[in-house]
Design a protein. Structure first.
Length: 591
């Protein structure tokens, strides 16, 4: 059945990482297809796991989903989109262009800016064509910060192109952008039309997730996306009143719902109960929005029995404090905390930083996440710990000021005006954030820097920019001079300088995404140092039937990691109260 009674043509599922956007968007798309509609499910997340969830290979072209007539799935692949965009821009130059001119444009189109605009172009084309050929287009988006960036681009690019007859230097000649202008304008109109577009804000019954959904709601309204609905996913009700963990689990959710921000209370709401099964495969996805506890053909949770929970899978796993001891021995370096959205990267990063300060080190804690939750997690100050943030708006203005003061210093007023106009391009933000990231990487040569990264997809785009810069530098300094070049990528590849910590939940999708991220990092010559399993119910201990039904899946994932997926693994048990504040983070290290 469909999650929405009267869905519009375009449905955007967005929210904090880990709240279940992919599961709910996919289940909704399946429900619409089962009702006889032609549906296209689109992932805008560079770290999408739709392939595992649906059992189909993703492509940048629609692929039919076996077992779900009427449903096709498409993944906006950044690399494929960038290559197609380059080809279109080169073709626009015509036969009169020389090979030297073509090569100059290819060089301009080799950076991360091209990847972003190309991915956005694919997204905009679906909106501009009003979903031609489909009754509904359902978007499974990346976590909030990246999605807000994506949904703001139609307005940003439309404004930049209006009256601009030159284009953007990082995206090739004017024709390459101008040919897209009408498409960007049409996308902007589709997004702001409540009869065409609905945004589904997805949250968990947790204070942090609901607060972020409320902020997102307000920001989207500012962009003109006013047709919104709220889905609270994973609502839990304890079945065993004697189980302290289950009672606490339920109470945390009920308290969060009782204190829901007024912005969300005004929206149409849906609540989806916590399920005992993993949402992988069509039967499970269909069951997610149906009455009952399990997919057709699957056994329902066994009745409560007085059996002890098997915790043998936890043997050999360390607590977080042991990892801090290991990191502390290096005396300095960059610690990057990475993973899927919603797995607890910010909490782990903050706890590692606090632990290193406890062991006598000065630490700078920063974040690349547009959603930036560090201040809320720390809730205080600690001598020896400095906290910063790579703020895209601040870094963009800093970058513009620097370029104008250097490259623009000796230009005429007319030339400076043209340069400033070029720097107003939305691409400038990506370049500025990369430069800020490079500064943070460099700081770790003499002290500890702990970096809380954005969710996987956004971090991979940052890694792409790092790789593009490395290739540019090695091209420019060929020969003997190249031996003296040390790029940010080279520092990330140096295991003595950088230690990557992958954070996951003990569930199939986050573990698979962490494994995929690890593969991506290894292809770039970067080896993760350790994994952290967060919010382990198995480690907390419970007898509740529903929670126990989920323990078998958790046990399988921990055993999967122990079988060679992770070089070293730490575990953090689920806690009734989120570890917020310096003292709570200190306790987390020894839990």
């Amino acid at each position: 059945m469909s999650l929405l009674s009267h869905p519009t043509r375009f449905l955007f599922f967005t929210g904090k990482g880990g709240v279940g956007k992919t599961s709910l968007s996919t289940a909704t798309a399946i429900g619409l297809a089962d009702a006889g509609k032609r549906v296209l499910l689109v992932s805008t997340d560079a770290a999408s796991n739709l392939d595992e969830m649906l059992g189909v290979a993703l492509s940048n072209q629609p692929v039919a989903v076996p077992g779900a007539p009427g449903l096709s799935v498409l993944n906006i692949d950044p690399d494929a989109a960038a290559q197609a965009y380059r080809q279109r821009v080169i073709a626009q130059m015509g036969t009169q262009a020389s090979e030297v001119e073509r090569e100059q444009v290819r060089e301009q189109l080799s950076g991360a800016c091209t990847t972003e605009i190309a991915s956005f172009d694919e997204f905009a084309s679906l909106l501009a064509d009003a979903g031609a050929g489909w009754d509904h287009v359902v978007f499974d988006t990346a976590p909030t910060g990246h999605t807000l960036r994506l949904l703001s681009l139609p307005q940003a690019w439309s404004g930049f192109l209006q009256g601009n007859d030159r284009g953007a230097s990082c995206l090739g000649p004017h024709s390459g952008l101008k040919m897209q202008e009408s498409r960007f304008n049409a996308a902007l109109q589709a997004l702001s039309n409540p009869e065409l577009t609905t945004v589904v804000l997805v949250a968990r019954a947790e204070r942090g997730a609901l607060a972020e959904a409320a902020r997102t709601s307000q920001e989207l309204q500012g962009l003109g996306l006013c047709s919104q609905q709220l889905v609270v996913n994973g609502v839990f009700h304890a079945q065993d009143p004697a189980d302290a963990v289950a009672r606490a689990f339920e109470q945390v959710g009920q308290d969060a719902l009782a204190d829901m921000p007024a912005t969300l209370r005004a929206l149409p709401q849906h609540r989806v109960p916590l399920r005992a099964f993993d949402t992988v495969g069509l039967p499970a996805l269909r069951a997610l929005l149906q009455e009952g506890e399990s997919p057709a053909g699957d056994a329902r949770p066994a009745p409560l029995e007085p059996l002890e929970v098997d915790t043998s899978a936890l043997q050999g796993l360390r607590h977080l404090g042991a990892l801090v001891d290991e990191l502390s021995a290096a005396g300095k370096g960059l610690i990057m905390v990475m993973g899927k959205g919603g797995v607890g990267k910010t909490t782990v990063a903050a706890a590692l930083a606090v632990g290193l300060v406890q062991r006598g080190h000065a630490v700078h804690l920063s974040t690349t996440d547009p959603a930036a939750h560090l201040a809320m997690t720390l809730e205080g100050e600690l001598p020896g710990l400095s906290v910063g943030r790579i703020d895209p708006k601040v870094e963009t203005q800093r970058y513009i000021d620097k370029v104008m003061a250097t490259k623009g210093r000796d230009l005429s007023e007319a030339e400076r005006a043209l340069m400033l106009e070029d720097l107003q391009s939305p691409c400038t933000e990506e370049v500025a954030v990369f430069h800020a990231f490079s500064r943070v990487v460099s700081q770790a040569r003499s002290a500890f820097v702990v970096l809380d990264t954005a969710p996987t997809g956004h971090s991979l785009l940052l890694m792409d920019a790092t790789g593009a810069y490395h290739r540019q530098m090695t091209r420019e300094f060929e020969g003997p001079a190249a031996t003296h070049i040390v790029t940010p990528l080279m520092r990330l590849q140096d295991g003595q300088h950088t230690r990557i910590i992958l954070v996951t939940l003990p569930e199939v999708t986050p573990v698979s995404q962490a494994a995929a991220l690890q593969d991506d990092l290894r292809r770039a010559g970067i080896e993760p140092h350790a994994w952290v399993v967060n919010k382990s119910i198995l480690a907390a201990g419970t007898r509740d039937p529903l929670l126990r039904a989920r323990l078998e899946g958790e046990r399988r994932q921990i055993e999967r990691m122990a079988a060679g997926l992770a070089r070293g693994t730490c575990v953090i048990p689920w806690m009734p109260e989120p570890p917020v504040g310096i003292e709570a983070l200190q306790r987390l290290l020894d839990s």
